[in-house]
Design a protein around this ligand. Structure first.
Ligand code: KG4
Ligand code: ZN
Length: 399
């Protein structure tokens, strides 16, 4: 099955084409193309992501990116140029730039042998999500391909399960059977959730942040320290530098919010505020050493909290497998702390490759594959697929 994945929930415009087959070893995934166009340079000027700017950029980027992934997958060479363009103007009523570009491109493009289009319909920034959803619908009517609406967070979970095949061709992966019950810790710019997976593709949120997401806290602390957006990688680099120089925060410590609470919820807003108060007390401008020490202490505090909550959940539910997903999993300190915890607890750990931990469309194509029975076509409710910024689990489309 050939699947096109489309991801536009935040500030990354991403498309991916995969080829999925099943054999006795499990689900085999070959990546034919995987393109991510980051808008970070644009959003950095504003210090955060502006939904309407993200929407505009997605509209501008999707068609050139589609051209690129079709070329990379070899779909530009064969097939017929018989796209149905008559209803495109209706489908892309709200995306004039995208409509113009597609009307230029599609008559010249070969219809690709794609079996399914998977698109993120939530959660995320609604104006940004709509561009991807409308793009999926446009391609569906033009090429007569079914669409499956996909949950972004489920994508973050499923992509962590794929393991690179060592001795076969590059870009070839497999998804091994999962030992259940599993627990997924999803940590990104918009989410901090603990998801219990008792059965395959069955999700129950058992813990969540009560205020800021962990990635948001990284980004805000970075801003307090005068570092550019997105702050996660910046804080992480400073903290690592502090560790290599054995620089510790001897004279101050930050709180570990809700560390000892008897539930699985998180809170990161107080931690961020504690950093703000702390920096206000220190000599200005902040010295490099102070910045490094704060970054390290903040990262240690955030890591300790997620580790303790996961430890608690592992014991509570008798967890066999731990899955980490979301952009913050790129953090080296967090990755190595979970490696230690899972060895201690004798739990299997699934981590996404670092380059697959931030937003991409590969994860959407994979989630689409496992939800393929929920796909729709023009006649069976394509127009009912709606972007849902606050989408939660379970990932049933709002049709
Ligand atoms: O999953 P993602 O790409 O987008 C969302 O769905 O939010 O996650 C982005 C978040 C940002 O807050 C970014 O600062 C954070 O992931 N992040 C990191 C690191 N790399 C990205 N946080 C801590 N350490 C990192 N190395
Ligand atoms: Zn994400």
């Amino acid at each position: 099955m050939i699947i096109l994945g489309i991801e536009t929930s935040c500030d990354e415009t991403a498309l991916s084409i995969i080829d999925v087959t099943e054999n006795e070893q499990g689900t085999q995934i070959k990546i034919l193309a995987n393109a991510v166009l980051s808008q970070i340079a644009i959003h950095t000027q504003y210090g955060g992501v502006f939904p309407m700017v993200a929407k505009r950029e997605h509209g501008k980027n999707l068609t050139p990116l589609l051209k690129k992934v079709l070329e990379e997958s070899g779909f530009s060479d064969s097939g017929e140029t018989n796209s149905k363009l008559d209803s495109l103007a209706t489908v892309l009523d709200r995306e004039p730039e995208l409509l113009k570009q597609l009307l230029d491109f599609l008559p010249t493009a070969k219809k690709p042998a794609i079996d399914l289009i998977a698109v993120t319909y939530g959660p995320g920034l609604e104006p940004a999500l709509w561009v991807g959803v409308n793009f999926a619908k446009a391609l569906s009517v033009a090429w007569d391909i079914p669409v499956v609406a996909t949950n972004h967070m489920e994508g973050h979970i499923l992509i962590s399960l794929q393991q690179r095949n060592q001795d076969v061709q590059a870009n070839s992966y497999q998804l091994k059977a999962l030992s259940l019950p599993a627990l997924a810790l999803l940590i990104s710019g918009g989410h901090t959730e603990l998801v219990l997976v008792r059965d395959w593709l069955n999700y129950e949120i058992v813990g969540r942040t009560r205020d800021d997401a962990i990635g948001e806290a990284f980004d805000k602390v970075a801003r307090i320290l005068g570092l550019p957006y997105p702050g996660g990688p910046q804080i992480s680099a400073l903290a690592e530098k502090a560790r290599s120089q054995q620089l510790t925060a001897d004279s101050f410590s930050l709180p570990r919010p809700m560390l000892k609470s008897d539930n699985l919820d998180f809170s990161f807003s107080g931690l961020k505020t504690a950093v703000l108060y702390l920096t206000q007390k220190l000599p200005q401008p902040l010295s490099e050493d102070n910045k490094m020490a704060i970054a390290r202490e903040f990262e240690d505090a955030a890591t300790e909290v997620v580790i303790e909550k996961v430890r608690k959940a592992i014991d509570l539910y008798g967890i066999e497998t731990l899955i980490l997903g979301g952009g913050v999993v790129a953090n080296k300190n967090i990755r190595s702390s979970f490696q230690k915890l899972t060895i201690e607890k004798n739990v299997t750990l699934h981590l996404p490759e670092i380059s697959h931990s931030t937003d991409n469309a590969l994860m959407i194509a994979i989630a689409g594959y496992f939800n393929r029975t929920k796909s729709v076509t023009e006649t069976t409710g394509l127009l009912d697929i709606k972007a849902n910024g606050n989408l939660s689990f379970p990932s049933t489309p709002t049709v």
